[in-house]
Design a protein around this ligand. Structure first.
Ligand SMILES: [Mn+2]
Length: 305
C-alpha cells in the first residue's frame, strides 16, 4: 500500500483560458481521497500550495506570459514535491501543465539520490517549447524542454538533474507544431504518437517503456494531461484535440502502470472544471487514478476447472 500525498496546485498562469485554478477543488469534490482510501492506501492532503509573492523577472522573449507567477509556482511546487517524496507518493492536483516544471524538478531531485528518473508524458501535445522560443508565450507548453535540460530556460532555476532523453516517453501525442517536430526529430525522446498507437495498440509500446524503467530500477514520474483523453470522454480541457485515448484505452494504460509497480509521482493537469459537464471529466480523472493505484474496472474472472 502507498502513502499518497495530495498537493493542490491551482496553477492558471501557464495558459490563457481561466478555470484550471478550480481543478484541485474539483478533484476533491469528485472523491480522489475517498477513492485512494478505498483501495487501501493512506492519504494525506497538503492542501493548496501558495506560490508566494511574484517577482519581477522578465524574458528576452516578449511573447512570454506570466513568467514571475510561473517561477513562483515552480519553486513552491518543487519544494512541496520534495517534501512529499521523502515520505510517500505525491499526487499533484492541477492546475495547468506548467505545474510540471515544479513537480518534475521535485522528482529529479529525489532521483539524484540514486535511481534514474523516467518520465511518462500522457498528453496530446509534446510540450517541448522553451521560454526563449515559445511563440504563443504559454508556458504550459514548455515542461518537457525544461526537464530534458534543453536550452532556453535561463530565467528558471537550473533543472536539478536533467532527464536523459531516452528516459522520456511521450504517449498519445497528436498535435505537434513544426518547431516541436524539428525539436523532437533531433532528440532520443521516445515518441509514441497516436499513429504508433493506432498501429501497435496501447499495450505493446507501454509495456516496452515500462520494461526499460524496470530494467534500470528507475523512478517513474507520470504526467497525465486531460487532453490525453478523447474529448468525447473528457470535455473539460481548454485544448481539446480529436482522436485521443478512449475510456478503455486510458484505463488499460493506467492498469499497466499499476501492474508495473514503478510509478513514484503523478501529475493530474489541465482539468478546467468551468468547461465540464456535471463533473464528468473530474470523475473520469479520479477513476483513472483508481486504475493507476490498483482498481480493476472490469473484473477478469478466472475460469473454474
Ligand atoms: Mn500538456
Amino acid at each position: 500500500m502507498t502513502h499518497c500525498i495530495l498537493i493542490g496546485a491551482p496553477v492558471d498562469s501557464g495558459q490563457q483560458r481561466p478555470g484550471c485554478l478550480m481543478g484541485p477543488a474539483a478533484y476533491r469534490v469528485a472523491g480522489i481521497a475517498r477513492t485512494l482510501a478505498a483501495l487501501g492506501h493512506t492519504v494525506e492532503d497538503m492542501g493548496d500550495i501558495d506560490p508566494g509573492p511574484s517577482g519581477t523577472e522578465t524574458s528576452a522573449n516578449a511573447a512570454v506570459r506570466h513568467l514571475p507567477e510561473t517561477l513562483g509556482w515552480t519553486r513552491a511546487l518543487a519544494a512541496a514535491g520534495r517534501a512529499a517524496l521523502a515520505r510517500g507518493m505525491p499526487v499533484f492536483l492541477g492546475g495547468d501543465h506548467s505545474l510540471s516544471l515544479g513537480s518534475a524538478a521535485a522528482a529529479a531531485h529525489a532521483a539524484e539520490a540514486g535511481r534514474p528518473l523516467f518520465v511518462l508524458w500522457l498528453d496530446a501535445h509534446s510540450d517541448i517549447h522553451s521560454v526563449e522560443t515559445t511563440e504563443s508565450g504559454n508556458l504550459h507548453g514548455t515542461p518537457v524542454g525544461y526537464l530534458a535540460g534543453h536550452a532556453g530556460f535561463d530565467a528558471f532555476p537550473p533543472f536539478p538533474a536533467p532527464v536523459p532523453e531516452a528516459n522520456i516517453c511521450l504517449f498519445g501525442i497528436r498535435s505537434v507544431d513544426p518547431a516541436e517536430h524539428a525539436a523532437l526529430a533531433a532528440t532520443d525522446i521516445v515518441v509514441n504518437d497516436m499513429r504508433v498507437l493506432d498501429e501497435y495498440g496501447f499495450a505493446v509500446p507501454m509495456r516496452a517503456f515500462l520494461e526499460k524503467v524496470r530494467a534500470a530500477d528507475g523512478m517513474l514520474h507520470v504526467s497525465l494531461d486531460v487532453d490525453f483523453l478523447d474529448p468525447s470522454v473528457a470535455p473539460a480541457v481548454g485544448t481539446t484535440v480529436p482522436g485521443g485515448a478512449t475510456f478503455r484505452e486510458a484505463h488499460l494504460v493506467c492498469e499497466l502502470i499499476h501492474e508495473s509497480g514503478l510509478m513514484t509521482s503523478l501529475d493530474l493537469v489541465e482539468l478546467n472544471p468551468f468547461l465540464d459537464e456535471k463533473g464528468r471529466t473530474a470523475r473520469m480523472m479520479v477513476d483513472l487514478v483508481g486504475s493507476l493505484m490498483g482498481r480493476k474496472v472490469f473484473d477478469r474472472p478466472t475460469r473454474a476447472g
